[in-house]
Ligand binder design. Structure first.
Ligand code: PLP
Length: 367
């Protein structure tokens, strides 16, 4: 069986395959670092996008300090890849997950997590005590800064939670997280910036309140691809968590523009030609996510794509040369994170030649 190797030409890949233009990806990383490092903010990229310790290492080599993961099971994979300084940005709730956190923390004491309830805090504290682990786990209060997803209410409720956390000997409160996910894709840049500044005012305000009451709030962490540049210069923000910038997608490009390029595509093959102006490719719902609209054919002006079930999709084009059976087409994902989670490997290439092959190591790690 053919197994792709570095040095092979992209043409030799079977399809659908997830391919990465290394020049564009490296430029995205350099742009983010050049934009944000001079502000002095810590860059802790979110690995919910790439799910890869190899890519985490590239980001750290470029200037990032530590990484975020969404889930505990992602953290388990990423630490195996040698990245120790991880912040888990989703709440750890339920006995099975708390037990896994304790085991992870026992061997990887730089793992940190967020908390938005006294129950969540108490359960982790009790499990650490029962496991006989002496050193406290570092935790951040997760604050609702407007997304209305997770997060304790800013102000007094956050202060009450901080007091509760500090009463527990196996938890060490080090900061506050407030992710403004609802603002990332606002198309109007000024509106995005203004609403982001309002959310940052709430976040830093609560960080200040906690400090006034004697809590040692070192880390104030926030931001994604659509807002990191605004967060980074906002007084009191110490850390940003962008993830999608490395590859981008059409949804982000349509919202925030082309400062970062679409560096990842799904390579597909035309497998059938039902009629003029139409071509069926071998990439459907199992290759390209659809929650943010349909993927876009790359370099085929005027062409549109509609999935036709799990394994197929139709490209329609009124003008321009006809696609032929056997032609290769690159599809730009509409939402990068769930699309990556559908694939086993990244094939990273430069000028048509595969240079590196990276497993999507934390693929399917949703627990
Ligand atoms: C808590 C948190 N931080 C950061 C990010 C990164 O956002 P993006 O991939 O839009 O850059 C996300 C994405 O959902 C997130 O949930």
């Amino acid at each position: 069986m053919y197994k792709p190797q570095p040095g092979d030409r992209l043409d030799s890949l079977d399809t659908p395959s997830m391919i990465v233009d290394l020049d564009l990806m490296e430029a995205n990383i350099a742009k983010l670092m050049n934009q944000l490092l001079p502000t002095g903010v810590n860059i802790r990229p979110h690995l919910k996008t790439t799910k890869s310790p190899i890519l985490a290492r590239k980001l750290i080599e470029a200037g990032a300090r530590g990484c975020c993961v969404a889930k505990l099971s992602e953290a388990e994979v990423i630490v195996e890849g040698g990245i120790e300084d991880l912040l888990i940005t989703c709440e750890i709730i339920g006995a099975p997950k708390v037990a896994r956190l304790v085991e992870l923390f026992r061997h990887h004491p730089q793992v940190k997590t967020v908390i938005d309830s006294p129950q969540g805090a108490t359960a982790i504290d009790a499990a650490l005590a029962q496991a006989g682990i002496e050193n406290p786990i570092q935790v951040l209060v997760d604050l609702n800064v407007g997304q209305n997803r997770t997060g304790v209410t800013p102000g007094e409720p956050a202060l009450a939670l901080a007091r509760h956390i500090s009463s527990l000997s196996h938890l060490k409160l080090i900061g506050v997280q407030g992710y403004e996910g609802h603002l990332q894709h606002l198309h109007d840049r000024r509106e995005r910036e203004e609403k982001c500044r309002a959310a940052m005012t709430v976040l830093t305000g609560t960080a200040g309140l906690l400090r006034q009451h004697g809590f040692n709030i070192e880390t104030v962490t926030t931001g994604g691809t659509g807002t990191a540049e605004f967060c980074a210069t906002f007084p009191g923000i110490t850390e940003v968590q962008p993830g999608s910038f490395i590859f981008m997608d059409t949804d982000y490009r349509n919202a925030v523009g082309r400062f970062f390029s679409n560096s990842l595509t799904i390579l597909a093959t035309v497998i059938s030609k039902p009629g003029p102006g139409r071509a069926v490719i071998d990439a459907g719902l199992k290759s390209l996510s659809t929650d943010s609209g349909f993927a876009e054919p790359k370099d085929l002006p005027g062409a549109g794509y509609v999935p036709n079930g799990d394994e197929h999709g139709t490209i329609s084009r009124e003008d321009g040369p006809e696609l032929a059976i056997g032609d290769r087409v690159e599809m730009i994902p509409s939402h990068i994170d769930p699309t990556i989670n559908l694939h086993d490997f990244y094939y990273a290439y430069r000028k048509g030649v595969i240079e590196e092959i990276w497993p999507v190591a934390a693929r399917g790690k949703v627990q």
